[in-house]
Design a protein around this ligand. Structure first.
Ligand code: 9D3
Length: 251
């Protein structure tokens, strides 16, 4: 089973080039992911190949026109939903990524300029999604975020060792800190537990770090979770240790 993502964009090279690296590349090579790119400029009826015009009512910028975008969507369309990436959409998150990674097909519509004529959205768009509350200059970076988040979830894309989403305790928590050689850098040693080879102790330490960092940095994420008694105990241990280590730290 594979996923096909078709992107309707005025800058297809942005998508094609960026997907030549990392997981999106590997997923395509393994034929787990198939990318299609459709440029409204190739579908415009306008003799000057225009795809935009001035907004009714005035104001700054330009608006993408219905005709070329509609024709490109029709060319790209398959069985899956047409998804408009826009600041007005629902916020994309990991649970959305998981949901869309199960689909065999979707069309992503990336806008430019001030946006797309609303009648196109009413007519052709099934869902509208944003990637977060900041202003991009177009939908292409959002499409790349979408493709990357989905590609790494496709079964077989990551290689067995890395199939992360299984180590269940991490779900909804921030990552624990990572260390590699050398053992000491500028007097800073790797935490001793990681050198001891006691895998139960290591897992416990990592779990505690994940809980503690989430508590410190993203309390909003913790509120979404129902911690087990064991997790509550680990977090309390982290908080206790953090208080003693912080205040005992000399200058
Ligand atoms: C300065 C223009 N803005 C006036 C309030 C409106 C606006 C139009 C077009 C803002 C951004 C964009 C382009 N953005 C996207 O296409 C986009 C986006 C984003 O900007 N943030 C988060 N997610 C997304 S998904 C697509």
């Amino acid at each position: 089973m594979s996923t096909r993502i078709d992107v309707v964009t005025l800058f297809p090279e942005m998508i094609r080039e960026a997907c030549r690296w990392g997981i999106p590349r590997i997923a395509q090579e393994k034929q787990l992911l198939e990318l299609g790119l459709w440029n409204p400029r190739d579908y415009t009826d306008d003799r000057n190949r225009r795809v935009d015009d001035r907004p009714y009512g005035g104001g700054p910028g330009m608006v993408m026109q219905v005709q070329p975008v509609h024709a490109a969507i029709e060319a790209a369309r398959g069985d899956g939903p047409v998804i408009y990436l826009s600041p007005q959409g629902r916020r994309f998150d990991q649970s959305a990524a998981k949901r869309f990674a199960r689909l065999p097909h979707m069309v992503l519509l990336a806008g430019r300029y001030e946006g797309i004529d609303e009648r196109l959205i009413e007519q052709d768009v099934d869902e509208e999604w944003s990637i977060g509350d900041y202003v991009l200059s177009g939908g292409e970076p959002a499409a790349l975020v979408w493709i990357d988040a989905i590609a790494r979830l496709l079964p077989g894309a990551l290689g067995d060792g890395d199939s992360a989403e299984q180590d269940s305790f991490m779900d909804g928590l921030l990552d624990y800190p990572h260390y590699s050689r050398p053992e000491v850098i500028d007097g800073k040693a790797v935490p001793a537990v990681l050198l001891g080879g006691n895998h139960a102790d290591i897992e416990r330490w990592r779990h505690k770090q994940s809980l503690g960092r989430t508590w410190e940095r993203r309390p909003d994420l913790l509120e979404q979770l129902q911690l087990s008694d064991e997790q509550k105990a680990l977090l309390e241990e982290y908080i206790r240790e953090q208080h003693t280590t912080d205040s005992d730290k000399g200058p």
